[in-house]
Design a binder for this molecule. Structure first.
Ligand code: URA
Length: 185
């Protein structure tokens, strides 16, 4: 398991499959426990993540850490955190379809290796990719789905909560509590 994840991490560090390689300081592969019951999937690294090589270490990450602690009594080291796209899109623009497609096998392999009980997708990009749909997060959230034997819970991206959208943070809290219930059986 550790060997496999290290191999794929090395592959990502050497990847030049899309043009994001020109802009990145370093790829952001993913962090946490490979034995985790819970895996978060975000969108793409931002400036802080690009600088440090670790996902969700900026403002969105701080919010995610707080919600995780408050609703699940968990530290990020107990779960696994990754993104759809491993390299920062310049200026934090949305990842393009070709970038998502070229990075997709890396995420799929991470999910296969970790096989979490619950996957929480954060926002539109990861939710649409894993559920293979064009439907948006606002319609999809509130239900649980199945992804290759794991329970998938779509929720909002923490950046949406930081933008102050009404109800977002409460909905995220509800979704994390649901994940906890499932994990604790
Ligand atoms: N937003 C994401 O989707 N991922 C990160 O790692 C940071 C911010």
């Amino acid at each position: 398991m550790y060997k496999k994840i290290n191999l794929i991490s090395k592959e990502v560090s050497e990847c030049t499959k899309c043009s994001l390689v020109k802009h990145r300081k370093q790829p952001v592969f993913g962090t946490g426990s490979v034995n985790a019951d819970l895996m978060f999937v975000g969108e793409a690294p931002g400036a802080e993540e690009d600088r440090l090589g670790v996902p969700f270490v900026g403002r969105s990450g701080k919010l995610l850490d707080n919600l995780l602690l408050e609703e699940m009594n968990m530290d990020r080291s107990e779960c696994y955190i990754a993104n759809v796209v491993k390299c920062r899109p310049p200026g934090n623009r949305d990842p393009k379809l070709e970038e998502i497609e070229s990075c997709r096998p890396f995420l799929e392999t991470q999910l296969e290796i970790i096989k979490p009980r619950v996957i929480i997708t954060l926002g539109n990009f990861s939710t649409r990719l894993l559920l293979n749909t064009k439907i948006g997060i606002t319609k999809l959230r509130g239900e649980v789905y199945e992804y290759l034997g794991c329970t998938l819970i779509p929720t909002f991206h923490p950046a949406a909560a930081l933008r102050g959208r009404v109800g977002v943070i409460e909905n995220m809290r509800t979704d994390l509590r649901k994940a906890k219930e499932i994990i604790n059986g």
